[in-house]
Every structure is written in C-alpha cells, then in structure tokens.
Design a protein around this ligand. Structure first.
Ligand SMILES: Nc1ncnc2c1ncn2[C@@H]1O[C@H](COP(=O)(O)OP(=O)(O)OP(=O)(O)O)[C@@H](O)[C@H]1O
Ligand SMILES: [Mg+2]
Length: 509
C-alpha cells in the first residue's frame, strides 16, 4: 500500500460503515464495511450477486443505503445522487453503461461542463474540438467525438465512460467492472490512467472478475460474499480467494480440452466474407471443435459473429452448414433448429435480454415456437425447463418469474448462456460469454463448453480475455483488419502469441 502523507490522509478517503440494502426480499448488503485510502488501488471481488455493485452505487451516490453510513475523508456524507457525489470529488463508472445513445461522444463526454459563450449558451461548434483535446490528453485518438454514442463499439463506449469520469480528476474513483468489455491493450490503457490518478493521490476502487488484472494493479483486495466483506488482503492467491468467495474449492480454472475426432466433419464453412475491409476471410469450424477468434478490438469479430447470426449483412459471403450451402439472412434463419446457430450478444442490455420480462421468458425465447408446436400446455414445460436451467447454471434469482433486469450483471449473463443451452444448437457462436461472470461460474461455463464440444457441437468462440482463448480453444484465429493474421494451435497457442499476432502491425505506434 502506498504510504499516505499529510494528516488529512490518515482517514480513509472513502469508507462504508455497516451498509445494508435490500431490494424487495433480496438482501444485497448486510452491514458491509469497506474503506480505501488516498493513493491506494483497492479491488473488490466476489461472486455474482455478492453485493459489489450495490456497494459502488451507494458510495457513488446512486443509491441510498437502508442503514449505515458513507464517510468521505472521515466525515459522514449523505449523497443525494451521482452529481452530489461528483461535487464531493467522487467519480463513478457504473457497471451498466450510462452514455445516452442519441447524443454524440463529445456531448456525452462534456455533459455538465460544455464550452459556453459569454451569454452562457453552449458553443456547439466547440464541443467536438474540446472533446478531441480531452481525449488526446488521455492518449485516445481513435474515437470520433462527432460519432453518436450508439455508433461506437461497446469497448469504445466503455472507454468514453471511463474518460468522462477520469478527466474530472476525482479524489475517489469508483470503477465497477471497467475492464469486462476491454481487450488487453485497452486494459493497459486504463491501468495507466489508474496509476496516474493514484500516484496523484486519488483512492481508486474497482471490481473485476479477472484475477490476473486484480493482482497486477491492486494494492489491497477485499472479498465480498453474501452481501458483506469477508476479508481484506494485501496479497492472496487465487485459489484461496475463490474459496473465500464461494465457500468451495476450485482445483483448476481451465479444464483440459477434449480431443477433436481426426475426421471431424466441417460443421460450418465460411468463404469470401468481407468484414471491415475488402480482404476476405475464410474459415472452417469442425464438429467437436472450439475455434477461437482473437485480436484487438474492432478488427471484425463483431461483424463476423453478427453476420453468421444473420443480424448484420455478410457481404458476398458463402456459408455452408454441414456441407450444404445455406442462406442466413436473418436471426430467424439462424435460430431455426436446423441451422442451430446461437449467439450471445455483445451488449446483453440492448441486444440480448428483455429486461422487464421474467427470467423464464428470456430463457425460452428462441424455443417458444418449438414449445408451442409440441401442443403441450406451454407454461408447465417452460417453467420446468427454465427451473432446470436456473439450477444447472446457479442463476441467483428468487424464481423463474423474476424480471431479468433486477438480477446482478453476471446472473443476467448466465440467463443468456442458459438460452443457447436450451436451444440445443449444433453450432454455437459464443461472443464473450463469460464477460462479467465470476470466477467460479466461469469455471462451470468452461466445463460446459468442453462437454458440449465432446458431444460433437461446434463452437466459435470470441473472448476479450486472451487467457481464455489460449486455454480453451483447439485453434485460435487472430483477426486483423478483417482478415486472419495468424492461426495458432498448441504448442504455439498461448496468450503471449495471440497478443503478438494481434499487435504485429502496431509496433510502430
Ligand atoms: N434493482 C434491484 N432489484 C432487485 N434486486 C436487485 C437489484 N439490484 C441488485 N439486486 C440484487 O442484489 C444482489 C446484489 O447485487 P449486485 O449487483 O450488488 O451484485 P454484484 O456483486 O455486483 O454481482 P455481479 O458480479 O454479477 O455484478 C443480487 O442478488 C441482485 O440480484
Ligand atoms: Mg456488479
């Protein structure tokens, strides 16, 4: 831990004292306490639903506690909202992104501090240049401040969200899963910003489910379980931490890959697909294979996955499923049982889940027609299937009829994972499925992937977590500018090799 100087720093910059918070019947926090000092980077870890976001929301002024207090530099504060917290120099990046999609990047970035004329009118023409300068100061050059927030990628939105807070130089910076949609290079960018701020004396609190990141940047780690802290450590190893988080022992994080049959039939063949440039891409995915797609953000992964799912055009591409030419013009084509393609979307909020609807409906969405075709009373079967899935994946919900929007981030993601399992697809397009999922659940999902591959399902797998690609895939294709820059397989397959292949053209930067 960095030593603090000056008398005012002997007290924590931010502290929670016995905070409790309930949502209906769910006790999210149970007399939880926590503190972070000036100059410190403090990680909060725990299973999905442990209460991390609730803690951050209360510290960030977004939620009032039912009981307990928040202290800023030792003084009790009653935060009436994020703006009030800002005034106390507490800046928060919440887990769910808050950019307004219909506004430009510049408008979002500068909201509340727009350049103004003498008459106090917003100088619209000055917005973009001001934003550009702010972003350049953070070493961000690739995001157009004039673009609408809805037009940029999820990772870019996350970066703007972070930039919006960081450029206000808060004394307390709260980051709830800031890296979950970022790839390695962007994580390095964020960590450089965190180091700058903490070196300047800010207290930085962040949550993450990626252990490597946590140990690389945190001075202290607090573990949450069931709504309260179970310990704070300067150093703790991963398996010990998992035991504290879950009460269970997880032996190895990554299960062994099942072998692919020597004469596995091609399940999916894609040819002359143009993703981001005119160079075309070809790939073959076999039954029983887990084929990884890696590379930096914005290299065509998203276009590839959405294209195969029929949710975006794959210009001029030819697609064969089990050797037969197939047209995938819409998600309906893709979901159609015969095609068996499922996609876990990038942004579970806008593309995946219907938040006000129950967990049950979200799980069974793609198979509703099948359920009703069976001619059985839909409700009963549906409820049984969704209950089974809730148990299998350990989805934390009071019941299948709970609106999905009220579940914790990771539990929402599990509902998406459950959906493709229920749909029984033969080819699974998994796009960053473990994003935001806790370590113990990730482990279960990895095992599930292995089981599905061993059963002969073909899996196309994109992950922003390079370690995951290296450990789980039979082969990894590294994309660069919409084409395959490298194909890696064991023994050459490891995280460093994937990063090196992805960065090949970028050394000069
Ligand atoms: N608005 C809400 N309505 C109902 N329940 C809620 C609400 N917000 C949170 N909860 C519940 O409170 C508990 C704690 O949620 P929280 O979001 O703090 O967990 P978390 O540790 O951030 O999990 P994750 O790692 O999945 O993000 C969960 O059981 C969650 O379902
Ligand atoms: Mg959370």
């Amino acid at each position: 831990m960095t030593a603090a100087s000056g008398a005012e720093h002997h007290l924590p910059a931010i502290a929670a004292n016995e905070l409790s918070k309930a949502f209906g019947g769910v006790q999210a926090l149970r007399a939880a306490s926590f503190n972070a000092h000036a100059g410190e980077v403090h990680a909060v870890v725990g299973e999905n639903g442990a209460g991390k976001s609730t803690l951050i929301k209360i510290l960030g002024g977004r939620l009032p506690p039912d009981s307990g207090t928040v202290l800023r530099d030792g003084q009790i504060v009653h935060l009436a909202g994020p703006a009030h917290a800002n005034a106390r120099s507490i800046g928060t990046v919440f887990q769910e992104l808050t950019l307004l999609p219909w506004m430009t990047v510049a408008e979002n970035l500068l909201v509340g501090r727009e350049p103004r004329s003498a008459l106090h009118l917003i100088r619209r023409g000055a917005l973009a240049p001001a934003a550009e300068a702010l972003l350049a100061g953070l070493d961000i050059h690739h995001i157009d401040p004039r673009a609408l927030a809805s037009e940029i990628s999820l990772a870019e939105r996350q970066i703007i969200e972070i930039a919006r807070v960081v450029t206000r130089h808060p004394r307390v910076l709260l980051l709830d899963e800031p890296t979950s949609s970022l790839v390695e290079r962007e994580v390095e960018w964020l960590f450089a910003r965190i180091r700058e701020l903490s070196a300047a004396g800010a207290a930085v609190v962040f949550t993450s489910h990626r252990w490597k990141e946590i140990t690389s940047i945190a001075d202290r780690i607090t573990i949450f379980r069931n709504g309260r802290e179970v310990g704070t450590f300067d150093k703790i190893d991963e398996s010990e931490a998992i035991t504290l988080m879950t009460g269970q022992q997880v032996e190895t994080l990554y299960p062994p890959r099942p072998s692919v049959p020597a004469i596995a039939a091609p399940a999916l063949e894609l040819a002359s697909a143009r993703l981001t440039t005119t160079t075309s891409l070809e790939l073959t995915l076999h039954a029983g294979e887990i084929l990884g797609i890696g590379g930096l953000a914005g290299q065509g992964h998203r276009e590839l996955f959405l294209g195969l799912f029929g949710a975006a055009p794959l210009h001029h591409a030819t697609i064969k499923i089990s050797g037969k030419s197939t047209r995938i013009a819409s998600p309906a084509d893709a979901i159609h049982a015969q095609l068996g393609i499922a996609l876990v979307p990038e942004d579970r909020k806008t593309e995946g889940l219907l938040l006000p609807l129950p967990v049950r409906d979200n799980l069974t969405l793609p198979i509703l027609s099948r359920l009703s075709r069976l001619g059985i009373i839909r409700g009963g079967v549906e409820r049984r299937m969704s209950r089974a899935m809730i148990t299998q994946l350990g989805i934390r919900t009071p019941g299948p009829m709970q609106p999905v929007g009220t579940l914790s981030g990771g539990n929402q993601q599990k509902v998406l994972v459950g959906r493709w399992l229920l749909a029984e697809s033969r080819i699974l397009l998994l796009y960053d499925v473990t994003r935001g999922i806790d370590i113990a659940t990730k482990h279960e999902i990895y095992e599930l992937m292995m089981r599905l591959a061993a059963e002969g399902k073909a899996i196309l797998f994109y992950s922003s977590d390079t370690e995951e690609l290296a450990h789980l895939c039979h082969r990894v294709l590294v994309l660069r500018d919409g084409h395959i820059a490298a194909e890696l397989a064991p023994p050459e397959l490891n995280a460093e090799a994937i990063v090196a292949a992805a960065m090949h053209d970028h050394h000069a930067e």
